[in-house]
Design a protein around this ligand. Structure first.
Ligand code: PAF
Length: 279
């Protein structure tokens, strides 16, 4: 497993693989990898001849008051996990390698990005789409792997790849959870012991909603209300949003008639956590 810092070096490596007719899988990440990332890498390794993992905390997708500076970083630890999972290379560029002083081109999407996380993170998806467009052009993978935990991101990326004819397959992979139900996230490391316990309110409340749907409840407002009331019982939790929208269009629905995404973002103390179910 090698660590690559420059775009030129990465292009050379991939060019060589492509000359040999090898397929390339790609797992974009912001590092501080956990079992969720590992499951994506393992899937990519199983489905492609070669796998590249990008490890880049993308400044463009963080708002001015968000956690860019404190976002956890540990390349040595990441390298161990990537090696264990069987990938071939980590791409770990410096921000200046990705964004030169004259950088001024962006990928913006006019649908899918305004609701859910986009409401309180207005520049987030422009940053995500722009960095992924760059990474897809640099890596030129056959397939790229994304976790369903960022369900809106998954829908946005699929849409962008279709709109802009990137010619690669986006593979969505299931959420990986801790034994007690908490969705794995690099941001879980911010939680104190007490907050870690309180964070279970996300998966527990989603389960409540899921059970209501399972029992045949179709009224979206009713389900959202029950979920919100349950989260509000946890003193350390503050709701950013709880929504049920159509999947993968992310459109508002009042009644459940087809596949829906039930998604939430909740602050536990200062840490903003997301979770969802699709059903
Ligand atoms: O999901 C993430 O970690 C990031 O949004 C991504 C896709 C690596 C883009 O920076």
């Amino acid at each position: 497993m090698i660590i690559i810092k420059t775009i030129e070096e990465l292009r050379e490596l991939v060019k060589g693989w492509k000359r040999e007719g090898l397929s390339v899988g790609f797992v974009p990440t912001m590092g501080y990898l956990h079992e969720g990332h590992k499951s994506l890498i393992i899937r990519s390794v199983a489905e492609n001849d070669k796998t590249i993992v990008s490890d880049f905390v993308n400044p463009m997708q963080f708002g001015p008051t968000e956690d860019l500076n404190t976002y956890p970083r540990d390349l040595d630890r990441d390298a161990e996990l990537v090696t264990e999972a069987g990938a071939d290379a980590i791409f770990n560029p410096e921000p200046e390698e990705m964004y030169t002083d004259s950088f001024s081109s962006y990928v913006d999407m006019t649908t899918l990005t305004g609701g859910l996380c986009g409401k309180t993170r207005p520049i987030h998806f422009r940053g995500v789409c722009t960095v992924l467009a760059k990474l897809f052009n640099i890596v030129t993978p056959d397939k790229a792997y994304f976790g369903q935990k960022d369900a809106q991101q998954l829908a946005v990326v699929k849409h962008m790849v279709e709109d802009l004819n990137f010619g690669l397959e986006i593979v969505g992979c299931p959420i990986i959870r801790e034994e007690d139900g908490l969705a794995k996230s690099s941001r879980n490391t911010y939680l104190s012991k007490e907050e870690r316990e309180a964070a279970l309110i996300l998966s527990k409340s989603l389960k409540l909603g899921s059970d209501m749907m399972e029992a045949g409840e179709k009224d979206v407002q009713k389900i959202v209300q029950v979920i919100k009331e349950n989260i509000e019982k946890e003193p350390l939790a503050k709701i950013d949003y709880v929504e049920i929208v159509s999947w993968p269009e992310l459109e508002e629905v009042s009644e459940i008639t087809g596949t829906v995404l039930c998604a939430m973002a909740v602050y536990i103390g200062k840490t903003r956590l997301i979770d969802n179910i699709i059903r």
